[in-house]
Each structure stands twice: as C-alpha cells, then as structure tokens.
Design a protein around this ligand. Structure first.
Ligand code: SAM
Ligand code: SF4
Length: 329
C-alpha cells in the first residue's frame, strides 16, 4: 500500500504522458516561451507501463488517470492503455483531455480498454474559447465530446474553470447544455498552478459564486448526506435528477484530509500533491536497472512523506516551480 503518516492510502494514480499541449489556456500556460521537458528525460512507453505495473501489483493502485499536458498528443497513448488494460489486477482507466483528439481517437481508445474520459471545456462561445485557449478549436472539442459519448466512454465528464471577466457568467448555460447532452459537468476552482504565476485569490471565481449562479436557474440538492469521501467533487442533484453537477473547490474547500492520490510526471518524478514543492525521482532508479521491489520501496517512502495539506492557506505558501501542464492536472 501507499500510505502516509496521516493514515491516508493512495489508490488513484495520475500519470502525465507529456507536458506539451495543442492549446494555451491562459490559466495554465503562457502564449509562448514555456520550456518543455527535454526528450531524454521523458519516460518511454515501456518505462511508463512498467511503473504502472508496479503500482497496481505491489502498491495497491486501483485507478489510473492519464493526463498532461495533452495526453492524446503522445503518439503511444493507445498502446500504453492497451498494455495497462492487460495488467493483473486491471485498474480502472480514464483520460483527462482537452478533447481535440477525441473525434479521431475515441473508438480506438475505447477498444484499447479505456473506461472513461474527462473533457475540459470552459465556454459555449467560440470567441471566448479562442481568447481563453488562444486557439480556434471550439468545434473540435464539441465534436470530440460527441465522439466520446458515442464510443461509450461514459459517463463523459466535462471540467470547467470559470475566469473573471471571461466566462464567469456562463455557469447556468453550461449546466443546461451538459444536462441536454448527457455530460456530467464539474466546475474546478482556478488554482495557483499557472506557469506565469498570475493567479490571484481575490479575483478567482469561488465555489460559492458558482453555486449562487446555478441556483438562479436550477434547484440543487446536495447528493451526499454522509461523509464526503475521497472524491474531490462535491455533487448536487439537478432539478430532482437524474443529472448531477460537481464543484471541485480545491481552494475554498480543500479535500486534502481525504486525498487518495499519487502522481507520476512525464519525466518520472513522484509527486504526492499538486502543490508539492518536492519530488522523488523514479527515472534514475528505472534507468539504473533497479528491481521492482526497490522502485516500490522508493515510491512508498515518498508517499510516507506526504504533507497534511496543500498549504494554500499558509502565509508561507509557495507556488510549485512546475506548472500544472508539467505536473499533470
Ligand atoms: N490538457 C488536458 C485538459 O486540459 O484536460 C489535461 C491536462 S489539464 C492541466 C487538466 C485539467 O486541469 C483541465 O481540466 C484544466 O482545465 C485544469 N487546469 C489547468 N490549469 C488550472 C488551474 N490553474 N486551475 C484549475 N484548473 C486548472
Ligand atoms: Fe493544455 Fe490542458 Fe493546460 Fe489547456 S489546461 S493549456 S488544454 S494542458
């Protein structure tokens, strides 16, 4: 097991397949000038599959989420998923994607064994999409979402970040659209993980703002009456059901106490938290022919050192040097 000193057990592994992307979302990357990870440091497909194998057979990982950067631009992504689907025990697998590649790849991903997708879409307005992502690809994302649903990668979840002055007025429209199209919408609070370090707490759109806006048009009933569990999204039943909407309030309602995640970057570093400022290298061990048991030991030791929380509310909070795109969101 991957257990830490607070008794939390990590069963969910986020694997970043690349730090590169075909969009440039303002809350994530600068327009240009971001330094990419060097090719020689990137894990190969074989190295990634070997680490996931160790994670599921020796460390209790039950769920693997591929992310990035944009995971669908990694040439070997379908092959990696196919090989992970053949592992024993077979983990649940999902991909977090901007959706652009799904029109072309959804069927192949499903056939390879992918269970689900989370697609990021922040706006229904093509012009706002272009300002927010700096690319004119709105229709490609909408087509990708449909392709994912038609390929059976369900439930298709949609991740939305609201930005002041850009798309903050779209929450009710986005929910109406998601209900109509049978997508499960989740709003994510903007976090201080952009490469430009431009995040400001006093200008972010909070979970409270989002719920107030949604309630102007929908009746929302809290889904859970008991414990929140490890799921980061708090969910509400929309207009009596069956549809749900989620809010991931990492900033204003952090869920660190129930966190069940461990992260692997595209260059082979273990991170115990999105906001961690320290990493543990697995690439070196892999490339010096360490046996599986040694790699599992290093991973366990890294998780043992996981901090209690993100530290966002601590006056000494320091934004990690790695941006979200290189951590794997
Ligand atoms: N490129 C893929 C995508 O956009 O879905 C996967 C990687 S992206 C880093 C993963 C998720 O992180 C996306 O839903 C994106 O909206 C979100 N994200 C990126 N930067 C963020 C930030 N500063 N705060 C909150 N969410 C962010
Ligand atoms: Fe690319 Fe995803 Fe970052 Fe947007 S959020 S720039 S799609 S990695």
């Amino acid at each position: 097991m991957l257990i830490d000193t607070y008794g939390r057990v990590a069963t969910d592994l986020r694997v970043s397949l690349t730090d590169r992307c075909n969009l440039r979302c303002t809350y994530c990357m600068p327009e240009e000038g971001l330094q990419w990870l060097s090719k020689s440091t990137l894990l190969t497909d074989d190295e990634i599959v070997r680490l996931i194998d160790i994670a599921v057979t020796s460390l209790g990982i039950e769920e693997v989420r591929f992310t990035g950067g944009e995971p669908l631009i990694r040439p070997g992504v379908v092959g990696i998923i196919e090989r992970v689907a053949a592992l024993e025990p077979r983990p649940q697998m999902s991909v977090t994607t901007n959706g652009i590649g799904l029109k072309r790849m959804a069927s192949a991903l499903k056939a390879a064994g992918l269970d689900r997708v989370n697609v990021s879409l922040d706006t229904l307005r093509p012009d706002v999409f272009k300002s927010l992502t700096r690319r004119d690809r709105h229709q490609d994302v909408l087509d990708g979402l449909e392709a994912a649903r038609d390929a059976g990668l369900n439930p298709v979840k949609v991740n939305t970040v609201l930005m002041p002055g850009l798309n903050e007025d779209e929450a009710p429209d986005l929910l109406a659209w998601a209900v109509k199209n049978d997508y499960e919408l989740r709003f994510i609070e903007q976090m201080p993980l952009d490469a430009q370090h431009g995040w400001k707490r006093d200008s972010m759109v909070t979970a409270g703002d989002i719920l107030t806006a949604l309630r102007t048009r929908f009746e929302l009933t809290p889904e859970d009456t008991g414990e929140r569990g490890s799921a980061p999204a708090e969910r509400w039943i929309v207009d009596g059901g069956p549809h749900r909407v989620g809010v991931i309030a990492s900033v204003t309602r952090p869920f660190c106490a129930a966190c069940d995640r461990t992260r692997l970057t595209a260059d082979g570093q273990i991170r115990t938290c999105l906001f961690a400022t320290e990493e543990t290298d697995l690439r070196g061990a892999l490339r010096s022919d360490a046996p599986d048991e040694e790699i599992a030991r290093i991973w366990r030791e890294a998780m043992w050192g996981k901090k209690a929380g993100s530290g966002l509310d601590d006056p000494s909070f320091h934004q990690p040097d790695r941006p979200m795109s290189a951590i794997g969101g």
